[in-house]
Design a protein around this ligand. Structure first.
Ligand SMILES: Nc1ncnc2c1ncn2[C@@H]1O[C@H](COP(=O)(O)OP(=O)(O)O)[C@@H](O)[C@H]1O
Ligand SMILES: [Mg+2]
Length: 453
């Protein structure tokens, strides 16, 4: 069946014609990745039904970094499905579609519920449950933790399912590895392509000019030239080598624990990191569900319990904006809270400390593969970047847009800050001393300084 309004351009066609188990379509912004992906989703659904979905309840997943991007992809699928429905009706055929729960997690039901396409956000990898699926579409995989791919791949085995990736590059991360696998003739299960915005018939020169107007060179290279590298933006190096020890289940008797706490803005996470100030080892890290689903009351209770359990000497807490009242409450419950205000200057110092800690290898981070948190932290650290304003100022954080998170990095840096500055530490005899000099000596010193300057 011809779907009206879509004539795939050459590279989109190559992508549609391949039957590789893993297909990776990398491209510049507005080159037609999601659009090609959405058409392919529908195609994979019909294929799955031909292979037996229908006997079992057919299921496909579309996963995007955020709910918002999920909705974009879901919207495209519904449009395509409606176009098919119209064409089918002309031939007297039925193609029933129903959509559900649009604003939480969009689900589209086909064939009176016999096949469903669920759209999920990658924000909580835990929610990618152990179901068997007929296909998976990862939209903007470059912005998700690597673990999503691994999780989905095992879900596909039973039904000989297919996985497609549509994404803009994001440095030499896991998407790049997948792209390379697709270029490697010795790995026939993988195929990959690159498409560009100028391949898209609806993108006129004028539209492209508008799209690129405010981009600096590295943004242009990544978002328009679909290049994988942008090393000048990278902030952290060397953290891989610090990921050496799994986290702990219980506090050690000898441990001296400091908590770094990053409180969520609207759609972000609250995250905390507990570090032993003796060896700068991360012993526990957690990220609490999206603010949308988690009221402050519960967040505060959770933090209180964690701080008590780990016997934290001090909590270095983000007290910017919404954080301030939360800090006050935690303090009134008897926790030792040191508020930290994020500003351009204070953040610069936090980042500088972390850069040094990674380079010198004096920090111990969760071992990769030992837990999901380690993967998420790794992704966040590799995506953390410096942004330079035209005035020459620098700001740090995750990449613009709400597809990225840096809550884990922030709480890690706060914990490190607590350990370095010795905040919350009990005063020791070394800090306590009398100055036994004769007042005359001070005067001499002052005069000497005057002379010297
Ligand atoms: N082959 C095509 N023919 C016509 N329009 C297309 C084609 N491919 C993409 N488009 C349109 O181009 C726009 C950008 O496509 P989209 O898939 O959202 O881009 P990307 O995901 O690469 O940023 C959308 O409006 C889409 O419908
Ligand atoms: Mg897209």
């Amino acid at each position: 069946m011809i779907i009206p309004g879509y004539t795939p351009h050459t590279k989109q066609r190559d992508f549609h014609e391949s039957d590789a188990m893993f297909r990776v379509l990398v491209g510049s912004e507005r080159s037609g990745k999601t659009c090609a992906g959405a058409h392919e989703d529908i195609k994979m659904m019909f294929r799955a039904r031909a292979r037996g979905a229908g006997k079992h309840a057919g299921r496909g997943w579309i996963i995007a970094p955020t709910l918002k991007l999920c909705e974009t992809a879901a919207g495209k699928i519904v449009k395509i499905a409606e176009a098919i429905q119209k064409e089918a009706a002309k031939k007297g055929l039925r193609f029933p579609i129903k959509t559900r729960a649009w604003n939480t997690s969009p689900t589209i039901e086909f064939f009176d519920g016999k096949f469903i396409i669920e759209c999920k956000s990658a924000i909580e990898p835990d929610r990618i449950a152990a179901e068997t699926v007929d296909f998976v579409h990862l939209d903007e995989y470059g912005l998700m933790p690597q673990i999503i791919f691994e999780k989905c791949r095992t879900r596909l085995l039973d039904y000989d399912g297919r996985l497609i990736v549509t994404s803009t590059p994001n440095g030499k991360n896991h998407l790049y590895q997948l792209y390379l696998a697709g270029q490697d003739p010795s790995r026939p299960n993988y195929e990959s392509w690159k498409i560009y915005v100028k391949d898209n018939p609806i993108m006129t020169d004028e539209k492209i000019d508008r799209l690129t107007a405010d981009m600096d060179k590295s943004e242009y290279n990544r978002r328009i030239m679909a290049e994988f590298s942008d090393p000048e933006l990278t902030v952290f190096y060397g953290f891989d080598d610090c990921m050496t020890h799994p986290m702990l289940l219980n506090p050690l008797d000898s441990g001296q624990y400091v908590m770094g706490l990053d409180l969520a803005e609207r759609r972000d996470y609250t995250a905390y990191c507990i570090m032993d100030r003796r060896d700068f080892r991360v012993v526990h890290m957690e990220r609490l569900a999206d603010r949308t689903f988690f009221p402050w009351r519960r967040i505060k209770r959770h933090i209180y319990k964690a701080a008590k359990f780990w016997r934290c000497e001090v909590i270095i807490a983000d007290a910017t904006g919404v954080g301030a009242p939360v800090c006050q409450d935690l303090e009134s419950w008897g926790l030792n809270v040191t508020p930290f205000i994020f500003s351009a200057t204070s953040k610069k110092q936090l980042v500088a400390d972390a850069v040094v800690a990674f380079n010198e290898g004096v920090i111990i981070l969760p071992l990769r593969g030992s837990c999901e948190i380690a993967e998420i932290l790794h992704t966040e650290l590799s995506q953390y970047e410096a942004r330079y304003t035209p005035a020459g100022n620098v700001s740090y954080g995750h990449r613009a847009g709400n597809s990225f998170h840096d809550d884990m990095v922030d709480c890690l840096m706060l914990a490190l800050h607590g350990c370095i500055t010795g905040a919350g530490q009990i005063i020791s005899h070394e800090e306590f001393d009398f100055d036994c000099r004769d007042p005359g000596e001070y005067r001499e010193e002052e005069e000497y300084e005057k002379l010297a300057s």
